[in-house]
Unconditional design. Structure first.
Length: 416
């Protein structure tokens, strides 16, 4: 079986590695002329870290990233509302990692070239269309180097080509544009001293106005860290002011005024933002869940299948799990079409539910409640949230997380 994968992001590269591990031949194409370590930070949940570890990449992840120990929530004055353990501290057999997205992509890319061969990845090749034939998929690739359109054939086509997936667009030609949340994101990375535990993911503010997220993604000499930050501002409006593009350059002058005075005893947010060498901006969008991801010998993975708000560390993690399940089902099925159908049946309902849940995160609701009740700050969180409200928050988290810990630790590998 030969699988053609459109897109060399996290989803596409992990799909290629997983197919190779399952004994299935894969080839990747990407429209970029050169694959570079772009972007800023990303969080990988233990579920995804397990899959990458079973692909033999655990040591590289540990060397490149930071094992997240806790997620702590604060009001806009830097007062602690609630914190929760993460990764191994919560009981998982695998850590949660915070890592530079570009560094992760380069780890995956190097593994693909090493295991599948240097010819497994073709750049400057844009998928412009596909046609299913009896027993194969015909794909048209347009070269950015000479403008030639080259037809190629594969047994299976996987669209891993992101938010503006050409594969998804052909499967769902009437789909509307991405759905705008009203929130503008500014993102960046800057060196600084470790804060809180030194491996904390901190969230301050509220979703109704202004929120700031910060976490270390790499170690630096002298005990310092590379800190990733995300500034979220609710600006509203019917349409996003710019076209969503993860690598669009942003301006400090537009983001910084929203965070003047956000200098806490554990982090100087304006200082962190000001010393950031490059800032990116992105309107937070997703797409409504699809009723199906493919047909016959064509399917989708990652953001091409289920673009979601960057909340709860799910985007990249779910893409990695997609890749592993896809490889498992293709390897086990009698025909490629059967394998893709089984993959979609296993993953689509689960991930569609996450897309919808990310639009209404319970923890964000608590931060919004604290902001509304104590806009000028508080001395004790118990003075803002009743004991029953705090207990419901903690119990709800444990009711979701603790069974998940046990289930992941006990589950056999997706690919034997």
């Amino acid at each position: 079986m030969h699988v053609l994968i459109a897109g060399c992001g996290i989803a596409g590269l992990t799909t290629a590695l997983s197919l190779h591990a399952a004994g299935i031949e894969a080839r990747l194409v990407d429209s970029a002329s050169e694959l570079k370590p772009l972007g800023v930070g990303i969080n990988l949940l233990p579920h995804a870290v397990r899959e990458l570890t079973e692909l033999g990449l655990g040591e590289q992840l540990a060397a490149a990233g930071i094992a997240t120990s806790e997620q702590a929530h604060f009001d806009r004055h830097g007062r602690l509302v609630w914190s929760e353990s993460r990764g191994r501290r919560l009981g998982y057999d695998w850590p949660q990692y915070s890592i530079h997205r570009g560094e992760l992509q380069m780890i995956l890319l190097a593994a693909v070239r090493d295991r599948l061969g240097p010819r497994a990845v073709e750049t400057a090749a844009t998928l412009t269309g596909f046609t299913e034939h009896d027993g194969s998929v015909g794909v048209l690739l347009s070269s950015r180097r000479n403008d030639r359109v080259v037809p190629v054939s594969a047994d299976v086509l996987v669209g891993a080509d992101g938010l503006y997936s050409a594969v998804r667009a052909q499967l769902h030609p009437a789909e509307p544009p991405p759905r705008w949340s009203g929130v503008m994101l500014w993102r960046g990375t800057a060196e600084g001293a470790p804060f809180l535990s030194g491996s904390s993911l901190a969230i301050a503010g509220s979703t109704t106005s202004v929120k700031f997220v910060a976490y270390p993604i790499a170690r630096r000499p002298g005990g310092r860290a590379l800190v990733n930050w995300v500034a979220e501002v609710m600006i509203g409006g019917a349409e996003p002011p710019i076209r969503p593009d993860w690598n669009r350059e942003g301006r400090l002058a537009e983001a910084l005024p929203h965070f003047q005075g956000w200098t806490f005893d554990w982090l100087d947010i304006p200082g962190l933002m000001t010393r950031t060498p490059e800032i990116l901006e992105y309107p937070m969008v997703d797409r409504d869940p699809l009723p199906f991801w493919g047909r016959g010998r064509v399917t989708l993975v990652g953001d091409a299948a289920h673009p979601m708000y960057p909340i709860g560390s799910n985007g990249g993690s779910q893409a990695i799990i997609d890749a592993r399940v896809l490889a498992r089902e293709l390897a086990a099925a009698a025909t490629p079409a059967d394998g893709l159908a089984a993959y979609e049946a296993a993953r689509l309902p689960v991930v569609n539910q996450i897309v919808l849940a990310n639009r209404d995160m319970p923890v964000d609701q608590v931060l919004d409640m604290v902001s509304a009740r104590a806009p000028d700050g508080f001395g004790r969180i118990e003075d803002v949230l009743a004991p029953a409200e705090l207990a419901a928050l903690r119990d709800g988290y444990r009711a979701t997380s603790l069974p998940d810990v046990a289930a992941l630790n006990a589950r056999p590998p997706l690919l034997a």
